[in-house]
Write a protein that binds this ligand. Structure first.
Ligand code: G1P
Length: 298
């Protein structure tokens, strides 16, 4: 394997989704659909587009619907076949990944994002790995690649650690990992910024900036060595933010201001916005929806 390519991705999907009760009582929050596709499928497709070949889900109890979603559904496929529903059959079969390329690891207790990532350590070894949080749904700018593909391309020149980033309102810093930005990286004018410091969910008065981490990461093996220490941070949880921060000065660390738009599908308003935005971006829905929005006249 060449040193600067990313072939593996971790999808932490163990969270309870309490903000979406009752919908998430018996259904994983990652299976909530935006238009007609579950959040987790958007994340998997974004990873595949970026060249990821191994998909590692860190799950928890009650998440088996995710495993079923990426497996054959024999009865459905046979029925579609016998009814000659070719398009629908193609759709459900096209989601299948190469046999052996999908793995599921259980996180027995919800001990934080860093802990979830650490649970996958034996499947990663010394390789770099991408992390995608399905709650952070990113609509690519028209004609542009997805966020992770943009990151992989930039990272192939920098190596080290990389996060996706965006500016947030000052009063929102306590919901994000917040970056102390350095210079824009040489030769990368614009979207790539050196990360000089990183802190998890600071109060606005303590925040070093308003540049926030969005749920896309590329990490090197040194981060796992830090996670091994199992130190807990903000909220008493093991934070990936803290382990990344401890790698500053040892390896390059950059944030990429990606070109797409991020929707916080962990919140109701973000989820509603995502549904509208993704539908408006679709040829089969945009004109009817635009008309309906105009008629609403609110
Ligand atoms: C996690 C990370 C945080 C990051 C955020 C992006 O927080 O811990 O650093 O900014 O994802 O969505 P969570 O939203 O899981 O609380």
């Amino acid at each position: 394997m060449s040193a600067l390519s990313v072939k593996k991705a971790i999808f932490p999907v163990g969270g309870l989704g309490t903000r979406f009760l009752p919908a998430t009582k018996s259904m994983p929050k990652e299976m909530l659909p935006v238009v007609d596709k579950p959040l987790i499928q958007y994340a998997v497709e974004e990873a595949a587009e970026a060249g990821i070949e191994e998909f590692i889900f860190v799950t928890g109890r009650g998440k088996s619907a995710i495993e079923d979603h990426f497996d054959h559904s024999m009865e459905l496929e046979q029925t579609l076949q016998s009814r000659d529903k070719k398009e629908a059959l193609k759709l459900v079969q096209s989601m299948m990944r190469e046999p052996g390329s999908v793995a599921y690891i259980r996180q027995q207790e919800p001990k934080g994002l860093g802990h979830a990532v650490w649970c996958a350590r034996h499947l990663i070894g010394d390789e770099p790995v991408a992390i995608l949080l399905a709650d952070d749904l990113i609509l690519p700018k028209k004609g542009q690649k997805g966020c992770l593909a943009e990151m992989v391309e930039a990272w192939s020149k920098t190596g080290g650690n990389m996060v996706a980033s965006m500016s947030v309102a000052p009063e929102q810093t306590a919901s994000y990992g917040i970056i102390t930005p350095g210079e824009n990286a040489e030769g990368m004018a614009g979207p790539l910024t050196e990360v000089k410091g990183l802190v998890e969910k600071p109060k606005p008065e303590d925040a070093p900036s308003t540049l926030a981490v969005v749920g896309r990461y590329i990490i090197e093996s040194g981060v796992f060595a830090e996670l091994d220490k199992q130190d807990s941070g903000a909220g008493g949880e093991i934070q990936i933010t803290d382990s990344l921060a401890r790698r500053i000065g040892h390896v390059p660390f950059h944030s990429l201001n990606f070109s797409g738009t991020r929707y916080d599908c962990g919140s109701k308003i973000g989820f509603l916005e995502a549904n509208i935005a993704f539908a408006l971006a679709r040829d089969d829905l945009s004109s009817d929806l635009t008309q309906w929005l105009k008629d609403l006249n609110v």
